[in-house]
Ligand binder design. Structure first.
Ligand code: ATP
Length: 503
């Protein structure tokens, strides 16, 4: 698994998807840049989300609010007082951890142990069924699973009550339970605010302290009534937004999974008070379906219903994804009640109420939120698509089996040789296709090597122009995943590609 993850990081760099930020200065920790292919993949994921949210739902509209907001926003939202992560240092290793992430890692270890037991049993019982072994395996699996649950529940309770002593005690117990570590030299657990501060204004005495937004949601809440009125929206309705958010994360590892500057895709759905659970259940399912539509495999997703709820929520669940380092949060679905709108009413002194003509009643709507990290989506898609395949002749190929709809380049056009007028025909094909798709041209190296390069970039189609093309206006089209080649007419290319890559 660790090797797989290293491959993901190096493939992303080598093929122009992701670079460390300001690399010539040795980079900036947990900040990354999207390169020529990465930016296309990221844009396509964003569009795939936007289309499903805004274009396909006539009661959801978009918004692009600013990153800088009036500082009182963050007082009202609770971020100034409560947007903290519990931080703990190990005095021996001098390493700093986010206490809850550390505990979740231990819990995940137990989950992995349970999975291994089941796998081992499957292999053994395939050979000979032994009831005694079956019973003892089952007992071990149940033990691991219930310990995992117990750890997470206890952590949830302690963090919910801000019982930081108990968080520390739990970490110490887990260290002992995992003999490979066994150091108990921890500092106290402290709360650390994750917001980045900055200043607005030129002179130091009149400058105003601002924050870079830690979530896009608040830009939606403060615009709620503007959008509702100008768009004549009727509850239930939603506002969707994608954009940058900033968090001064304590643990900065795992590549683009946890960054200090990242992008969110959020939708806030405004509903009648008392009807929020119905909408919450609807959006949980709808969001899972959206993820499954990409075809990365049902087994890679699971729900995690929260026991510990944030101060604003009355129900919350994560969609977790099986990343190269285990199941982790990909998206959050939260029933946020009327907490945010009420808080903004209180702090701004303005009414944020909706008149429901059907009920003949004014109220502050309840909110159900779906919030997914664009960069985490990128990592999920990219890591799961990267495959090392052994071919029939024993050779291997690296192929990035991206969902075609998300691939940065949809087709590469390759003249078999660099002469006899073949490059000119290839360029002519590109001229026709580029209005509809991202297409690339490549004439360097033998055609087999060019195929491999496009495989590694995730390009679904390679179109090869050869001498027969001059005679009958046909080309070969090679499919990335099957490597099958068909002879087709140039005039059919557009519809063949369209069928495969349309959103
Ligand atoms: P975590 O527990 O992993 O820190 P969170 O519960 O704080 O995440 P939310 O506040 O619910 O995350 O944010 C919604 C989504 O934004 C997350 O599901 C995740 O996909 C994404 N996200 C949050 N923090 C980061 C980050 N530092 N880097 C990349 N994506 C992030």
């Amino acid at each position: 698994q660790e090797d797989l993850f290293k491959n993901v990081v190096s493939h992303a760099k080598e093929y122009g998807f992701i670079f460390p930020s300001s690399e010539i200065y040795d980079g900036l920790s947990a900040v990354y840049d999207y390169a020529q292919n990465g930016v296309e993949l990221k844009k396509n994921i964003r569009e795939y989300w936007w289309k499903a949210m805004v274009q396909m739902n006539d009661n959801i509209v978009g918004l692009d609010s600013s990153i800088l907001m009036h500082p009182t926003t963050w007082k009202a939202s609770g971020h100034v007082d409560a947007f903290n992560d519990p931080l703990i240092d190990n005095k021996d290793s001098k390493r700093r951890y986010r206490a809850d992430v550390l505990i979740e890692d231990y819990a995940e270890k137990l989950n992995q142990k349970a999975i291994k037991e089941i796998e081992k049993a499957r292999i053994r019982f395939g050979e000979a069924f032994n009831e005694a072994e079956f019973i003892s395996t089952n007992a071990r699996v149940i033990e691991y699973k219930s310990r995992e649950r117990e750890i997470l529940e206890r952590m949830g309770r302690s963090l919910g009550n801000e019982d930081l002593e108990d968080v520390k005690a739990l970490i110490e117990e887990l260290e002992i339970a995992c003999p490979e570590s066994g150091s108990r030299n921890w500092t106290e657990v402290r709360q650390f605010n994750l917001m980045f501060g900055t200043k607005l204004g030129a002179s130091s005495d009149t400058a105003m302290d601002l924050y870079l937004r830690p979530e896009t949601a608040q830009g939606i809440f403060v615009n709620f009534l503007n959008v509702q009125k100008s768009g004549r929206m009727k509850v239930p309705f939603g506002i969707a937004q994608t954009g940058k958010a900033f968090r001064n994360e304590i643990v900065a590892r795992q590549f683009i999974f946890r960054m200090r500057e990242f992008e969110q895709m959020e939708m806030q759905f405004f509903v009648r008070p008392g009807e929020e659970m119905k909408h919450y259940e609807f959006w949980k399912e709808a969001r899972l379906k959206w993820h499954l539509s990409l075809g990365l495999g049902r087994e890679n997703y699971r729900f995690h219903d929260h026991e510990k709820l944030a101060h604003y929520a009355n129900a919350a669940a994560d969609i977790e994804f099986n990343f190269p380092f285990g199941f982790k949060e990909l998206e959050g679905i939260h029933s946020r009640t009327d907490f945010d709108l009420k808080a903004h009413e209180q702090f701004s002194g303005r009414k944020l109420q909706y008149f429901d003509a059907e009920l003949n009643q004014n109220y502050v709507p309840y909110v159900v939120e779906t919030s997914v990290g664009l960069d985490r989506m990128f990592l999920a898609v990219f890591a799961t698509s990267l495959k090392e395949e052994t071919l029939e002749d024993g050779s291997t190929r690296t192929v990035l089996k991206l969902p075609s709809v998300l691939a940065p380049t949809k087709a590469a056009v390759l003249p078999l040789v660099k002469k006899d007028g073949l490059p000119e025909i290839a360029h002519k094909i590109i001229e026709d296709l580029k209005w509809d798709f991202n297409v690339a041209y490549d004439e360097k190296d033998a055609v087999g090597r060019r195929y491999r390069r496009q495989d590694a970039l995730g390009t679904p189609f390679c179109i090869t122009v050869d001498h027969q093309t001059i005679e009958d206006q046909t080309v070969t089209i090679r499919h990335r995943d099957t490597m099958k080649q068909d002879r087709v007419s140039i005039s059919d290319l557009k519809s063949i590609i369209e069928d495969e890559v349309a959103m």
